[in-house]
Design a protein around this ligand. Structure first.
Ligand SMILES: Cc1cc2nc3c(=O)[nH]c(=O)nc-3n(C[C@H](O)[C@H](O)[C@H](O)COP(=O)(O)OP(=O)(O)OC[C@H]3O[C@@H](n4cnc5c(N)ncnc54)[C@H](O)[C@@H]3O)c2cc1C
Length: 478
């Protein structure tokens, strides 16, 4: 059956967007609301949001199984306001400490220069090495693309990498610092070195950021270190964007899985599996916001070199394990953001977000909600564990890190979500792979690839990149 997107015109759509994660929905919002194009969004699942997965139950728990909070980037805040979520925004206190588990204890990450001096995370030797590197006394880079491990070891020293950088990488990518590319995964930080040292780079770039700060009265003001969510979880954002699109008459189709894509003349012909059988959509342009391995499959015959490059992007398995315990069972006062765990500490869990300490209304009175991450590139064996084995592993780790070691409490298992392919890894060669994809796309005017394997995985980065993509599509359509 052929879908005629608009019976009154019987014309191909301006743009077909594949995927209703934050990338696809942001592009759709910009193209429809700001630029008034005729588009359709097609999503394979029966819900919008992609990786964003908030849930709640009757017992009073509200939790996240994907992204748990976001940096309140101006583009994200502006989008939230545009879709009516200004009053739903919640911000976690920027002063809440973040902890690193080291030598059997939680150590607060320094939040200011004096606390950096007294902090026990690094030895004196480690601190001096880090300070010298940060002000520019570092070996020059070797030839070739540096891994994250090589880049930060060269600049900040091995101890800072083991105790600070690597746990942070677990928290963002669940990745291996020896495989990740510094210039792809941490482009902004890698660029700081060109200012003559990370510290001077950081100072200069924060001045640049302040100068660029949007001065829009309607956008909520945020303070340094604050992290955002919405009252009923991050899922409110994709749902509000989809509602806004539907209000304008734009179709946001669920359970529509793109199976094939071809071009005839200037028009793309896309075939979908849908609950009512096969549907065909014609459009002047198509944006694929699907994960790299899905995009690779869709482009296999059409742009084989792009497909091969996309297939090389690795996604490790990560489990999000949401557990609750009575507050009395903790060895610590649970005022904080959460804790990360260096791989050298004999703990399998990568880190724990203290969810109900961040945002109000996430757990019933007297209970503490935790979101634990386990798995990642360095722990492929996790994929073989059953759900109960994963819970047991996390529980055993929590007894080493934040629970009372003698606790007899069993975890209240709220949810275990195993992401078989969680987060794209920006590994050595990533930028070359993206350059291949970009060059191939030039052969097919009107075809765009825009997803979280380009320009950063964080929600704010996805929104920023999607707005840029929408401008490119606008220029093409004009
Ligand atoms: C476990 C986890 C924790 C994270 N934590 C954070 C965090 O705390 N903070 C933060 O900022 N970021 C975090 N991130 C990263 C961030 O959530 C993602 O990078 C971002 O949500 C990706 O959005 P996207 O739209 O690019 O991709 P996705 O959300 O993956 O959306 C792609 C969509 O395409 C659909 N699709 C796939 N195939 C087809 C097809 N053939 N036809 C139609 N549709 C298709 C999928 O169903 C999906 O909905 C986390 C990610 C994960 C997985």
């Amino acid at each position: 059956m052929t879908l005629t997107p608009s019976s009154e015109e019987n014309q191909p759509l301006d743009t077909l967007i594949i995927g209703a994660g934050i990338s696809g929905l942001t592009i759709a919002h910009e193209l429809v609301i700001a630029k008034n194009y005729r588009i359709l969004v097609a999503e394979a699942q029966d819900r919008v949001g992609g990786a964003i997965t908030s849930a709640k139950n009757d017992e009073g728990y509200l939790w996240e199984e994907g992204p748990n909070s976001f940096q309140p980037a101006p583009e994200l805040l502006r989008l939230a306001v545009q879709v009516g979520l200004k009053d739903e925004l919640v911000l976690a206190d920027g002063k809440l400490p973040r902890f690193v588990f080291l030598n059997g204890k939680l150590n607060a990450l320094p939040m200011s220069p004096p606390t950096a001096i007294t902090s026990k995370i690094l030895t004196w030797g480690g601190k001096i090495r880090l300070a010298l590197g940060a002000i520019g006394f570092a070996r020059p880079a070797m030839a070739g693309e540096e891994s994250v491990d090589q880049f930060f070891s060269r600049i900040l020293g091995k101890q800072a990498v083991e105790r600070l950088v690597a746990p942070f990488i677990s928290g963002v990518y669940a990745g291996d610092p020896k495989r990740l590319s510094a210039k792809a995964a941490f482009s902004k930080i890698a660029k700081l070195e060109t200012y003559g040292g990370l510290l001077s780079g950081a100072i200069l770039s924060s001045k640049e950021r302040k100068a660029q700060k949007l001065n829009e009265p309607n956008i909520p003001k945020t303070k340094a270190g604050e992290l955002g969510s919405f009252r009923q979880g991050i899922q409110m954002l994709p749902e509000a964007i989809a509602s806004k699109l539907r209000e304008t008459g734009t179709a946001v189709k669920q359970k529509w899985t793109l199976r094939s894509l071809e071009k005839q003349g200037d028009i793309y012909i896309s075939k979908f599996d849908t609950p009512s059988g096969e549907e065909t959509v014609t459009s002047r342009s198509v944006v694929l916001t699907t994960p790299a391995y899905v995009t690779a499959k869709l482009l296999e015959d059409y742009l084989p070199a792009a497909s091969q490059a996309l297939n090389e992007i690795f996604y490790p398995t990560v489990a999000c394990v949401v557990l609750a315990y009575p507050k009395s069972e903790f060895a610590h006062d649970m005022k904080g953001f959460g804790n990360l765990i260096p791989r050298t500490q004999g703990v399998r869990t990568l880190g724990t977000i203290w969810s109900s300490s961040l945002f109000a209304g996430r757990a019933p009175e007297g209970w503490q909600l935790l979101l634990n991450f386990i798995g990642g590139t360095l722990d492929p064996a996790l994929a073989k564990l059953s759900e109960s084995e994963i819970i047991a592993a996390v529980h055993a780790d929590l007894k080493k890190t934040i629970l009372r070691p003698d606790t007899k409490a069993e975890p209240k298992a709220i949810a275990v979500h195993v992401w078989d392919k969680a987060i794209p890894q920006y590994e050595i060669g990533h930028l070359d792979r993206l350059a291949t994809v970009e060059a191939e796309l030039q052969k097919s005017q009107g075809l765009y690839v825009s997803a979280n394997f380009i320009g950063g995985v964080a929600l704010g980065d996805c929104i920023k990149r999607s707005l840029q993509e929408a401008n490119k599509i606008d220029a093409f359509l004009k």
